[in-house]
Design a protein around this ligand. Structure first.
Ligand SMILES: [Zn+2]
Ligand SMILES: [Zn+2]
Length: 391
């Protein structure tokens, strides 16, 4: 029976390939950035409505979020997540057009077999992944509280199911000193720029204690007004990342200590603000195993991430700490092409992009069938997450 469902998923996807490709290209050609994805939200939710889903938009207080639901809430609920925000100035250079059309495709294929399987499917439209944490806002509003497992795919340069992501935070620091004439009375000033420079130097001094995936990068947002005035106010922003949110939090504390030392040496007042950012992904191995065998059955070769794998951060990390989740990657570009570049953007409307989008849609739908027809696996996936979260 499961194999019949999977055959049907493949056939639905093959017949709707051009339709989905049309959706992907429409999104690509009219990129919308965080919280302004109005057209994308409408196009995606209308497509799901046509496929038989009941759709609510504006969920969780986010105008451009949506939830499309099919099936009774009497048994497990599996969510397929769609991202559709573009990058400021770069458009769809992260391939969220492909993520969105794959989620709709998986939704359409599951709608075709849904009357014959127990359980509910939700396709959730999650805005603002590129920095504003749309999924975290939705999770805080309870959107994921009735979901048993969540899945999505992301375009990349390799096929990988277990690649991690880094936990990240942003830290903004400000120094308040005292202005004075830089030549006539420098001794009467309190130099806020010196405190900031000491902070950068202190951070550079602790770099030797950082682990291989610990990252600190900073920029100066305000460094003074004029070279003949002792700066009374300076400001910098730091991006802090690591393998785990626990380690990231430790690093944030260390960087605050570096700033406190700078402030103390100069006699400035220090103010800081921490944006908690995203947690690291805990890829669920049960879900990843099912997704991998489905992807391999479609002819894709899946590779293990290597130990020095380059990685960024995503708000899917926070979801993976709440419910079993996967965020697998499908190759659309050669290995030397990184996301968030003009080169990667070209691959987001390429034949390789189309093929990855279709394979991802099929594998997501097939994995949802696996989970709905074998609740034992869902139970094991939940137990795995409980164990992973134990301190
Ligand atoms: Zn991105
Ligand atoms: Zn992305």
């Amino acid at each position: 029976m499961v194999n019949d469902f999977k055959k049907q998923i493949i056939s639905v996807m093959d017949t709707r390939a051009e339709y989905l490709w049309g959706i992907s290209n429409t999104l690509f050609n009219q990129p919308e950035t965080a919280f302004k994805e109005y057209k994308a939200c409408r196009i995606l939710s209308e497509a799901l409505e046509k496929a038989g889903y009941s759709v609510e938009t504006g969920i969780g207080g986010l105008e451009t979020a949506f939830r499309a639901t099919i099936g009774e809430k009497t048994s497990p609920t599996i969510a397929i997540l769609a991202e559709y925000d573009a990058l400021v100035g770069l458009g769809h250079a992260c391939g969220h057009n492909l993520i969105a059309s794959a989620a709709v495709g998986a939704g359409m294929a599951l709608a075709a077999i849904q009357p014959r399987i127990k359980g509910q499917i939700q396709v959730i439209g999650t805005p603002a992944e590129e920095g504003d944490g749309g999924k975290i806002i939705l999770a805080n509003a309870g959107v994921f509280s009735s979901i048993d497992a969540a899945m999505m795919f992301h375009p990349a340069s390799k096929n990988m199911v277990l690649r991690q992501s880094l936990a990240c935070s942003e830290l903004k620091i400000e120094f308040l000193g005292k202005a004075s004439h830089a030549a006539a009375a420098p001794e009467e000033g309190i130099n806020a720029l010196d405190a900031l420079i000491l902070t950068f130097n202190n951070i550079n001094a602790i770099r030797q204690t950082l682990g291989p995936k610990d990252r600190v990068a900073g920029i100066i947002l305000a460094g003074g007004e004029a070279s003949n005035i002792i700066p009374a106010h300076t400001c910098a922003e730091f991006s802090v990342r690591s393998f785990t949110s626990t380690r990231r939090d430790e690093m944030v504390k260390n960087i605050i200590a570096c700033a406190e030392a700078g402030a103390m040496a100069i006699g400035c007042q220090l103010k800081f603000e921490v944006n908690p950012g995203y947690k690291e992904i805990i890829p669920n191995k049960i879900l990843a195993g099912l997704f991998k065998s489905n992807l391999e059955s479609l002819g894709r070769v899946v590779v293990d991430p290597d130990s020095n794998e380059r990685m960024g951060s995503t708000d899917m990390g926070d979801i993976s700490h709440i419910i079993p989740a996967i965020h697998p990657y499908l190759a659309i570009a050669p290995e030397n092409v990184a996301g968030h570049t003009v080169e990667f953007r070209d691959y987001c409307i390429s034949e390789a992009g189309k093929s990855a989008m279709l394979d991802a849609a099929k594998a997501l739908a097939m994995t949802a069938v696996d989970l709905l027809t074998n609740p034992e696996d869902l139970l094991k996936a939940k137990e795995e997450l409980i164990t992973a979260l134990k301190p």
